[in-house]
Design a protein around this ligand. Structure first.
Ligand SMILES: NC(=O)c1ccc[n+]([C@@H]2O[C@H](COP(=O)([O-])OP(=O)(O)OC[C@H]3O[C@@H](n4cnc5c(N)ncnc54)[C@H](O)[C@@H]3O)[C@@H](O)[C@H]2O)c1
Length: 288
């Protein structure tokens, strides 16, 4: 159901790769809510061709930009303003990639060139994007910038690897730049900390299915899916959230506030009752 929440607004969506991408769902919902969009991704992602379908269905244009390149970002904002004939209202940063995760290198034995790439693509690109927009005065007063994060920025989650560090930097950039851009132009900057979601990037994380199952069972409302994340993004682009800024907003069915659930307690007790565990209670733990 559409509420015309973004009627007359114009935005840039970074990071739609295919129809599983969170950014893809956000673009569809933003279009339904009346926004006009520019879609962007790396030149190679755009050449892959899947984005053509989204551009067609949302009446958007596509402008390639590697989000780690300041000149690509300047070109993107300049062409977008030409296209719309003025400033834009909102930007979604939905970008993440870790070569260490791709190569399955463990956190205690990282390749540091890869680590620098992880940080550049997944976190510093957010700073570069906001900085380019601010210098070019590309975003309207009371505009909204949103990036997607994950709870591993604040709690240790096995196998999330150097992406955890990237997300910690990303969330910090939202606060640091949120102060400056808010004070000077009333532009708000937030991150949404989303549940595990089965996308190309999500499924690249080792043990992803088990993690999704765990968080689904631990969260009183269950995991939030990509469509639900898109709905939340729309509220942050809309005029209904004009005084929300510098926040990391959990969108995870309650997972981030849970410690122990009834189900987890039951499972824990059951594991303690097994014969072998009773004989040697440390067996299972020392194996890990
Ligand atoms: N899937 C999850 O479980 C989950 C959970 C919480 C947060 N997130 C975050 O959501 C965001 C979107 O990821 P997704 O899950 O939709 O996966 P996805 O793979 O569909 O999207 C990741 C996007 O990043 C783009 N990208 C990579 N390098 C880039 C670069 N140099 N310049 C521009 N774009 C680049 C990719 O082309 C792709 O479109 C990421 O920030 C991710 O960390 C995902």
């Amino acid at each position: 159901m559409a509420y015309n929440l973004l009627k007359g607004k114009k935005g840039i969506i970074f990071g739609a790769l295919n129809n599983m991408s969170i950014a893809w769902k956000v673009a569809e919902r933003a279009h339904e809510e009346g926004a006009e969009l520019v879609l962007t991704n790396t030149p190679i992602a755009i050449r892959m061709g899947e984005l053509d379908e989204l551009a067609k269905s949302t009446g958007s244009i596509m402008i390639p930009a590697d989000a780690t390149s300041v000149s690509d970002l300047e070109n993107l904002f300049s062409k977008t303003m030409d296209h719309f004939g003025g400033q834009i209202d909102f930007v979604l940063h939905s970008i993440g990639m870790s070569p260490n995760v791709r190569k399955k290198l463990p956190y205690d034995d990282l390749n540091y060139d890869f680590f620098a790439k992880t940080l550049d693509i997944s976190a510093l690109s957010f700073h570069k994007m906001i900085s380019a927009a601010k210098k070019m005065d590309a975003i309207k007063e009371w505009g909204s910038i949103v990036a997607l994060s994950y709870i591993a920025s604040q709690r240790t989650l096995f196998e999330y690897n150097d992406m955890a560090d990237a997300k910690a930097v990303l969330e910090s950039i939202a606060r640091s730049f949120g102060y400056i851009y808010g004070r000077e132009k009333h532009v708000r900057i937030n991150t949404i900390s989303q549940s595990p979601t089965p996308t190309t990037a999500g499924q690249g994380v080792k043990g992803f299915s088990a993690l999704m199952d765990f968080t689904e069972r631990m969260s009183p409302l269950g995991n939030a899916d990509a469509d639900e994340c898109a709905n939340y993004c729309i509220t942050l682009f809309s005029d209904l959230t004009m005084k929300v800024t510098m926040q990391n907003l959990f969108h995870d069915g309650g997972f981030s506030s849970m410690g122990m659930s009834a189900r987890a307690m039951h499972q824990y007790n059951k594991s303690l009752e097994c014969k072998e565990c009773r004989q040697n209670p440390l067996n299972e733990l020392t194996d890990l």
